[in-house]
Design a protein around this ligand. Structure first.
Ligand code: NAD
Ligand code: UFG
Length: 338
């Protein structure tokens, strides 16, 4: 199938391009490079042997989308494009709502005009309310988001749900990602955050390589086995394969489907530090710091619905996540700038 991959030069998008090609599909990428480097797509070619057609531009540019739909017989879209930094979304909320919601609406408008009514949307575990019990199921309560980024995902889901309700020809799959980490095993593609990383795994690997002095562990007085926050870390290649599995579902079902992409296992911050040190034979100096505002003690998925209906489950373990994060980091200390 020919798949329009918005945000395909980014972290999850580039890994998904590899898995789409491996499965015999053809990705067509649109990305404005706001948070990515086009070298990621050259590396996708190195890995797969197949060049990716790339349009540099904004998903909110309706004329550009029309041009792309005219040039290719697109079967479905995977919509990754969006801004994703929680802290930044509190500082520039309007830009987040503008970017994340208008891109979704423009894309759907052009898709509907062209009769392409199949879309997979990058949602997040952040749409779940804080008061839920663990593990989080797709039926758990959503809303009460703690930041504008989370609301854009919540609202994005709602827009797509309403589109599918109004027109029975639409197939919409909402994928709620837990904590994506790791990199392709080749070490050729991975995550390279701009500036100081917000997320745990890039901070650990930048500390291990000496770019950061020490990791701050945000809180050790949570109600968890060692007092540090517990999350459901998922290898990005498993996550990417979840999209390929969701495409089969998309093509055989109408209406809306929502699925967790997680492993079902939670690890604490200190579990991840120790696993990283063991997997890679490196030291990760850390200090205990105050809690980070807005953090939960524990968050992990029940992935049973994805296993049952998408026939997908994660196959990479914690050691694979740590090994592949380090492989990418150590081969590309400055990401794609090297
Ligand atoms: P990323 O920043 O690496 O990738 C997003 C890509 O979208 C970037 O290449 C960026 O340049 C592009 N982009 C942004 N706005 C655009 C626009 N208007 N037009 C065209 N391109 C645009 O992020 P990622 O980690 O790969 O995340 C992909 C998606 O998954 C995002 O929607 C994100 O919110 C969602 N998600 C990510 C995580 C995570 O922890 N990484 C967790 C849950 C959900
Ligand atoms: N942490 C530290 N030190 C750091 C960074 C993180 O101790 O320098 C801790 C956090 O306090 C938390 C855990 O590591 O306990 C994970 O934090 P991340 O920032 O890596 O991930 P979050 O669970 O906070 O959030 C991520 C994404 C969100 C997404 C959410 C759920 O950043 O966009 O997962 O999918 F919504």
């Amino acid at each position: 199938m020919i798949v329009l991959v918005t945000g395909g030069a980014g972290y999850i998008g580039s890994h998904t391009c590899v898995e789409l090609i491996n499965a015999g599909h053809t990705p067509i990428v649109i990305d404005n490079l706001r948070n990515s480097n086009p070298k990621s797509l050259e590396r996708v070619k190195d890995i797969t042997g197949q060049a990716v057609t790339f349009y540099e531009g904004d998903v909110r540019d309706e004329a550009l989308l029309e041009k792309i739909f005219d040039a290719h017989e697109i079967d479905c879209a995977i919509h990754f494009a969006g801004l994703k930094a929680v802290g930044e979304s509190c500082a520039i909320p309007l830009e987040y709502y503008q970017n994340n919601l208008c891109s979704t609406m423009t894309l759907c408008k052009v898709m509907a005009q062209r009769g392409v009514k199949r879309i997979i949307f990058s949602s997040s575990a952040t749409v779940y309310s804080a008061e839920n019990e663990m593990p989080l199921r797709e039926s758990s309560k959503t809303g009460n988001c703690t930041n504008p980024y989370g609301w854009t995902k919540y609202m994005g889901e709602q827009i797509l749900r309403d589109i599918a309700k109004a027109d029975p020809e639409w197939s919409v799959v909402l994928l709620r990602y837990f904590n994506p980490v790791g990199a392709h095993e080749s070490g050729k593609i991975g995550e390279h955050p701009n500036g100081i990383p917000n997320n745990l795994m890039p901070y650990i690997s930048q500390t291990a390589i000496g770019k950061r002095e020490k990791l701050s562990v945000f809180g050790n007085d949570y109600a968890t086995h060692d007092g540090t926050g517990v999350r459901d870390y998922i290898h990005v290649v498993d996550l990417a394969r979840g999209h390929v599995a969701a495409m089969d579902y998309l093509c055989s079902h109408k209406g809306e489907g929502v699925f967790n992409l997680g492993t079902g296992t939670g690890y604490s911050v200190l579990d991840m530090v120790k696993a990283f040190e063991t997997a890679n034979g490196v030291k990760v100096p850390f200090v205990i710091a105050p809690r980070r505002p807005g953090d939960l003690d524990t968050c992990y998925a029940d992935p049973a619905k994805s296993a049952q209906i998408l026939h997908w489950q994660a196959t990479h373990d914690q050691n694979d996540m740590c090994r592949d994060s380090w492989n990418w980091q150590s081969q590309n200390p400055n990401g794609y700038d090297d």
